[in-house]
Design a protein around this ligand. Structure first.
Ligand code: ATP
Length: 181
């Protein structure tokens, strides 16, 4: 079993009378110490999957197994403990997260790099994330619509239209210095 596993995870949002499928039967597995990239165009469902993995949102059905525990059964208090102890977030833009209280949003914001990342700062952040995997054994999940950074990942999860279309394993991930966008 992977360190992180989504199994048939589904999430819908209601917009008035309309039901929007943000994640439909999303399944993937990430090994401990991997750098995984979830890649897809705007609206593909990447942030929805990441928010669920990070305990910031909950799914409607399906399992979300982290280190052998199914966090999809967690209540709000358990999710708060999980976020505090087991998860770290870096946002590209300053985001308010809908499911968190305003106090939790302020706490999150205090840990976030200032505003949108410029090119060089973006590269430095990627370098830190890759080093955290390679040197400290951390498991990192990056969400992006920029295909140019996919070669730095051990695993690339392609999403389109709320589903996982394809999963690629890079046997020889590139160093950050080798990529340009
Ligand atoms: N809170 C919400 N209420 C209603 N619809 C939502 C909500 N969050 C996401 N959606 C919808 O769910 C779908 C998936 O959105 P999601 O943000 O997960 O995509 P994404 O791949 O991360 O896109 P982006 O790259 O633009 O951030 C989209 O159609 C989006 O409009």
């Amino acid at each position: 079993m992977g360190y992180i596993e989504m199994r048939n995870s589904c999430k819908t949002y209601k917009m008035g009378e309309t039901k929007i499928y943000a994640n439909r039967d999303v399944s993937f597995s990430i090994e401990k110490g991997e750098l995984a990239i979830i890649l897809g165009s705007s609206g593909a469902g990447k942030s929805t999957a990441l928010n669920i993995l990070g305990g910031m949102d909950t799914n409607d059905s399906g399992k979300v197994i982290i280190d052998g525990k199914d966090i999809s059964n967690y209540n709000a208090r358990q999710l708060t403990t999980y976020r505090r102890n087991d998860v770290g977030f870096v946002f590209q833009f300053y985001n308010l997260v809908q499911n968190l209280t305003s106090k939790e949003n302020v706490e999150l914001a205090s840990e976030i790099v200032k505003g949108a990342l410029d090119y060089q700062t973006g590269k430095q952040v990627l370098q830190i994330l890759q080093d955290m995997c390679r040197k400290k054994g951390a498991t990192v999940v990056i969400v992006t619509n920029n295909g140019a950074i996919a070669p730095i990942a051990d695993r690339v999860i392609h999403m389109h239209d709320a589903t996982v279309k394809n999963i690629e394993i890079n046997k020889h991930p590139r160093n950050i210095a080798e990529i340009e966008w």
